[in-house]
Ligand binder design. Structure first.
Ligand code: ATP
Length: 136
């Protein structure tokens, strides 16, 4: 599995990152994004790409090189959630698939950054997903 989202420099990896890398190898279902790929997709996490903020942290809209739109959820620095808990959450989310749930497509751990990547839903998509054919 590609673990290069930990950065190109082995020298700068912290203990937690190395453990996270090891743990991520066990998560076969989600893609391990490179931090630079996410920086490019979100125009360096530009404020104009910000689409919301939830309990996890700030959410940015991004566009991958292949044109796929993504929602990039960055775990806020104040969060007490550690790498291990973060990875456990990914493992749990990636095992749940339902038409009414937004799919988790990947994650990234880079230095102190913990990031989740979801499929992007346009405004109103949730309504449509929940109400199905009831909504025009
Ligand atoms: N997959 C997505 N596609 C498009 N926009 C999204 C997506 N995920 C989140 N957002 C936007 O980011 C905002 C925050 O989302 P987030 O899931 O972090 O928190 P929340 O659902 O509002 O609350 P909580 O943190 O309690 O789950 C949402 O209200 C929405 O506007």
């Amino acid at each position: 599995m590609n673990c290069s989202c930990f950065g190109s420099s082995v020298v700068h990896r912290k203990k937690g990152d190395v453990r996270a890398e090891r743990d991520l190898e066990g998560l076969a279902k989600v893609k391990n994004f490179k931090y630079n790929e996410l920086r490019t997709a979100t125009n360096n996490f530009h404020p104009s790409n910000k689409i919301g903020r939830g309990g996890f942290g700030t959410v940015y809209k991004g566009i991958l090189k292949n044109g796929i739109q993504i929602a990039v959820k960055t775990l806020s620095a104040e969060s007490k959630q550690g790498v291990h808990e973060f990875l456990t959450e990914i493992d749990t989310i990636s095992n749940v698939k339902h038409p009414n749930l937004v799919a988790l497509i990947g994650c990234c751990v880079h230095e102190t950054n913990r990031i989740l990547i979801y499929e992007y839903l346009e405004n109103g998509s949730l309504d449509r997903a929940l109400l199905g054919g009831l909504k025009s």
